[in-house]
Ligand binder design. Structure first.
Ligand code: HEM
Length: 443
């Protein structure tokens, strides 16, 4: 008789959890070498995770009916930050309803309307980065992507509200990256003290600022290019507008889902580019010629392939027996589309560890073979926005500076909450370019 779930490592759940947490990439690769493209991990405090990495099987998971697989359930740990209405945490009809409200704000054309704003924020931030000394780009990129969010999503202008929200949100997002604080059993405050109480105070401050912003913007309806304007104009199927709490929850969702992911992905782009003089040279040429962005697009796609910041899409909780790849998965299991493994499958991507944007000039990314943004009805809402932002930031930095690695060895991964970023923060040296037409390269 076939076992209930595909085979996987036999070591105790505690040991698998440590490997999954501390060294996820080598752990996943070892598992694939032993068990193939489908294996089961047993981690502490979660249902069994069945990792899937075959494109046909991923297609079945991404297109499964909404009442059978529930990705929202796995996100519960984020509820204290993003709130109960968050599109990330909902499933079935409730998820579709919130997602439809938000879709309008994220159309590609709509995003392109934000390009000038993103470019001017980038220009300001990059001008302030020190030159001629080793610099960890990751924290700078975090500050940059947060600034872009505050302006493009919330539509904030320079001023006290922006300063206060920047401060509170930075600190809340830091809590979000310390999962222990988010574990429900530890969410206690003793006489208003302790990390949980500190978190609740920050959240109350941020909520007050967001509610004030919503109250001010509501009478102006959909006026403006920012995401909040679109959400204010969106209507439920019965014609009602989004409530204040719904708006707050979705705005926090966008900050949580879009800030650290984009910052880490950009950090990887720089970590790779400084070590790939050939690619950097071709890219700088294109930026200098200022005609088209074919190679820039392919470079962003290759970065997302080679170093996906989320190693897997949201785990899908099985609610009713579901068949994939000849297995019938019982309710209670969890199907996990594994991004890293598909992206490093030599039968799909020859020489998968090489950083070669040309592969995407030869063949555009496939729906089920290139999945940095997941897929199906849960696919990342901010994919166009993130791609646009990455292109703008790369172009701006390469136009203004020569970039070189601060050390020769490539950076390994560091896990920060659920994202992986370059372990040393993408240490880079920037040198000003004296003339825009000067050839650039690894200085
Ligand atoms: C490079 C940056 C980013 C990466 C790699 C990324 C990746 C992902 C992935 C893998 C998912 C889960 C998809 C699935 O399970 O099928 C997701 C969901 C989501 N992302 Fe992103 N994301 C990025 C940036 C953003 C940005 C900038 C925003 C918003 C402005 C955003 C908003 C969302 C939302 C709202 C969801 C939940 C969608 C749903 O459940 O219906 N993301 N993202």
């Amino acid at each position: 008789m076939q076992p209930a779930l595909p085979p996987g490592p036999r070591v105790p759940a505690a040991i698998q959890s440590v490997a999954w947490w501390a060294r996820p990439v080598p752990f996943l690769e070892r598992c694939r070498a032993s068990f193939g493209n489908r294996f089961t991990l047993r981690l502490v405090a979660t249902p069994p995770f069945v990792m899937l990495a075959d494109p046909d099987e991923l297609k079945q998971v991404f297109t499964a009916p909404p009442d059978i697989l529930h990705p929202g359930e796995g996100g519960r740990i984020l509820e204290p930050v993003v709130g109960a209405n968050s599109v990330l945490l909902l499933d079935g009809a409730a998820h579709m309803e919130q997602r439809k409200l938000m879709l309008g704000a994220f159309h590609r054309e709509r995003m392109e309307g934000l390009a000038d704003l993103v470019a001017s924020v980038t220009e300001q931030e990059v001008a302030a980065w020190p030159r001629e000394q080793p610099l960890e780009l990751h924290p700078r990129l975090q500050a940059l992507t947060l600034e872009v969010m505050l302006r493009a999503v919330l539509g904030l202008e320079a001023g006290e509200r922006l300063e206060l929200l920047r401060d509170r949100l930075t600190r809340i997002l830091e809590f979000g990256s310390r999962p222990t604080v988010m574990i429900p059993a530890l969410q206690v405050s003793v006489a208003g003290r302790g990390p949980w109480a500190a978190f609740e105070r920050l959240r109350a401050d941020a909520d007050r600022l967001l509610f004030e912003l919503i109250d001010e913007r509501r009478p102006k309806g959909g006026e403006g290019d920012d995401v909040l304007a679109m959400l204010l104009a969106a209507r439920h199927e019965d014609g009602s507008e989004m409530s204040k709490q719904e708006l707050r929850d979705e705005l926090m969702t966008l900050l949580v889902a879009g800030h650290e992911t984009t910052a880490s992905e950009l950090a990887w782009a720089f970590e790779r580019l400084v070590r790939e003089p050939r690619v950097l040279g071709v890219l700088c040429d294109e930026v200098d010629r200022d005609d088209g962005e074919e190679y820039l697009t392919a470079t962003v796609q290759e970065t997302l392939r080679r170093r996906p910041v989320l190693l897997n899409a949201q785990p899908r909780f099985v609610k009713e027996p579901f068949e994939v790849g000849g297995w019938t998965f019982p309710s209670g299991a969890c199907l996990v589309p594994n991004v890293h493994l598909v992206h490093h499958d030599a039968s799909i991507y020859p020489d998968p560890y090489a950083f070669r944007p040309e592969r995407f000039l030869e063949q555009p990314p496939g729906t089920y073979t290139w999945i940095p943004f997941g897929g199906g009805r849960r696919r990342c809402l901010g994919a166009s926005f993130a791609t646009l932002e990455m292109k703008i930031v790369l172009r701006e930095v390469l136009f203004r500076a020569r970039i070189a690695p601060a050390s020769g060895a490539l950076e390994r991964t560091r896990r920060r909450s659920i994202t992986v970023s370059p372990r040393l923060g993408a240490r880079t040296i920037l040198k000003d370019r004296t003339g825009a037409r000067e050839p650039v390269g690894v200085g």
